[in-house]
Design a protein. Sequence first.
Length: 110
Amino acid sequence: MAKTDPPAPQQINIEIGEKEAEGIYSNLAIITHSPAEFVVDFTRVLPGVPKARVQARIVMTPQHAKLLLNALRDNIEKFERQFGEIRIEGTAAGGFGFQMPGSGGGEKVN
């Protein structure tokens, strides 16, 4: 049997609209999941404002969530090699940060 070469990776051109290119600031993320998907809601909590609105919701498969985790880990490692360690401060300054819901109302990850 003849050996065949693997197919060449497909190149994808990705476009970004003007509004999306501006980005959305978020200082709180709420992550939920089911057997079929992960849902990440990004919001912005402001001091003195008791209400926050979801600014963006990203829905992805568990496989893509894990790939995103790996990509973030890789990029954080590269960032820290170039700029130094990213320090995680305590929650004393208002308690804002990214959250992962857990059994006790959510574990905060600043």
